[in-house]
Design a protein around this ligand. Structure first.
Ligand code: AMP
Ligand code: MG
Length: 407
């Protein structure tokens, strides 16, 4: 059976990034992945402008100004932001200027208003700026025509602002991946159905849909499939037809009603991963169809499903989405505030809370039962302590590796 690190590598090698592009209106571009390099026909800043409220001057006119020997200048114009200056500054002259306003011809520096005193249409300057100080020069951040944003970048708030400033009203993005979700199990009912003895409500469908959405995918919920080979076969065929990837939960263990693997093989799938030395989450199946469609058969227990998503699927979905520099799980070193136990045969993930106190991560185990069927105490956790294979106990106060999860 493969280790967690081996399975992670195996999965990432199987992932082929989507190349299909689409145009979306700027307002809908958040969280999408840029499909092309973006450039602008504008320089940034668009013009030379003032970074301060003050007075636009020729540096040489005020270079010697001091408290004891102020320099007097004549105000020839007032330049609020959004206004185009009409006059050129000559020796002995200045224009009143405000933050963001265009620098007038002839000026090269800004005297901040705190260093001046106004008397009618004259000012006294008591201190000189450095040459060019407080001027934001046209093109000093970016030159028109250069690459402004690169293909593969995720569009977050800063990129939204940059796209807006470049008047990129239609943004070329990678098509969002469609990921089908199947819940297998005769015991399952949908949340809207009435409860019966022996039944379990299909919570995984919602967990997975939410996780896929959180990671920029489009979940395609295909409902509950009974533990019956033919029903499973039809459902998996339909899922493969409609989606880039398929995730099913349940039916991959060694029980008499666990049919997923045999159906995958019957449909021509190639099984690459069959089980991982991990707890929770051991009975994981990863298969491919037609080389690039991935199928993830995840064990049904909700905690196994969640931990498998965090450990393997987050990075894989980022790569599928064509994100440049897709990220791996963040694993930090900290100290545990509880004893952490494992049988030692599998890499064990214990869920809880991590906080950063005076530069040190500290881990506290979630209260309640640590059973992979207990979805209740997964709420609000933000870390998984990792107990390596061949370790049975990490004692209170000892170092532990903690995977940060973005809850
Ligand atoms: P399985 O992997 O099919 O053996 O299922 C393992 C456990 O997870 C069983 O207790 C199932 O009832 C439970 N389970 C399976 N699928 C789901 C689901 N979709 N939502 C919640 N629990 C599930
Ligand atoms: Mg089952």
């Amino acid at each position: 059976m493969l280790t967690v690190n081996e399975v992670e590598k195996f999965i990432l090698n199987l992932v082929k990034p989507i190349t299909d592009k689409e145009l979306v209106p700027l307002s809908q571009a958040t969280n999408r992945i840029l499909a092309e390099n973006i450039s602008s026909s504008f320089d940034f800043p668009y013009d030379d402008n003032s970074a301060m409220d003050g007075y636009a001057v020729k540096y040489q006119n005020v270079a010697m100004a001091s408290q004891d020997s102020p320099v007097s200048l004549k105000i020839i114009e007032e330049i609020p932001a959004g206004y185009c200056p009409q006059k050129t500054i000559l020796d002995g002259e200045t224009s009143r200027i405000f933050t963001g306003a265009i620098l007038p011809q002839g000026a090269d520096s800004i005297v901040i208003q705190e260093n001046t005193q106004r008397e009618g249409d004259q000012i006294k300057v008591f201190a000189s700026p450095l040459k060019n100080e407080f001027v934001r020069y046209q093109g000093s951040y970016y030159r028109a025509g250069e690459c402004l944003l690169s293909a593969g970048y995720k569009i977050n708030p800063p990129e939204m602002a940059i796209l807006a400033a470049a008047q990129c009203l239609e943004v070329p993005v990678i098509r969002s991946p469609i990921i089908a979700i199947l819940s297998t199990g005769d015991e399952l009912i949908a949340p809207e159905e009435s409860m019966e003895k022996g039944k379990i409500i299909d919570s995984n469908q919602y967990l997975l849909a939410s996780f896929i959405q959180q990671n920029g995918g489009i979940p395609l919920s295909l409902g509950i499939i009974p533990d019956h080979p033919l029903a499973l076969e039809n459902a998996i065929k339909e899922a493969l037809n409609q989606a880039d990837w398929v995730i099913s939960t349940g039916g991959v263990s060694v029980g008499d009603y666990d049919y997923v693997d045999q159906v995958l093989e019957k449909l021509g799938g190639k099984i690459h991963v069959k089980g991982v030395k991990m707890k929770p989450g051991k009975p994981l199946t990863v298969a491919t169809f037609c080389h690039d469609k991935l199928y993830f058969g995840i064990p049904g227990n909700p905690v196994s499903t969640m931990v498998t998503c965090w450990r393997f699927l987050q990075t894989a979905i980022e790569k599928l989405s064509a994100k440049k520099n897709y990220s791996y799980p963040s694993i930090v070193k900290g100290i545990t505030f509880n004893n952490l136990r494992s049988q030692g045969t599998r890499e064990t993930y214990v869920w809880g809370n991590v906080s950063l106190i005076k530069g040190h991560y500290q881990f506290t185990i979630a209260k309640g039962s640590h059973n992979s069927g207990n979805l209740v105490n997964l709420q609000q956790i933000n870390g998984l302590a990792i107990i390596p294979i061949n370790t049975n106990l990490i004692e209170i106060g000892d170092d532990v590796e903690i995977m940060l999860v973005n809850n």
